[in-house]
Design a protein around this ligand. Structure first.
Ligand code: FES
Length: 119
């Protein structure tokens, strides 16, 4: 069975093959939303982008990004900019199925100004 390691929460769970990442996070008591999005989010339809996560290891063990997922990320300005350079790693957890071991960063922080902006 695949395992999901939630890095910030220091929690690892075993999940069935093809399990939905958002559902498994919720079962494990891991919060994928932050701020007001804890209340204001879609019910896992891939519409709000509030459930975005960063797959730190094992992105190849996740389901392919659908056109629906890509389109919805691109229509939200914050998620769109956050996706640049992280096209395979930034995922909507509600649209991601887990097929192998992965490591996930929930509620990822984004570096808006790059590594060398000030130096
Ligand atoms: S819960 Fe809304 S996009 Fe995933």
């Amino acid at each position: 069975m695949p395992t999901i390691k939630f890095i910030k929460e220091k929690k690892t769970v075993e999940v069935p093959q093809g399990a939905n990442l958002r559902t498994e996070a919720m079962k494990a008591g891991v919060q994928v939303y932050q701020g007001i999005e804890k209340v204001l989010h879609c019910p896992g339809f891939g519409l709000c982008t509030a459930c975005k996560v960063m797959i730190k290891k094992g992105a190849e063990n996740c389901s392919e990004q659908s056109l629906w997922e890509k389109a919805n990320i691109l229509k939200h300005p914050i998620a769109m900019f956050a996706r640049i350079g992280n096209e395979n790693e930034l995922r909507l957890s509600c649209q991601t199925c887990v097929n192998g071991d992965i490591e996930v960063e929930t509620t990822p922080e984004f570096n808006w100004h790059g590594e060398k902006f000030w130096g």
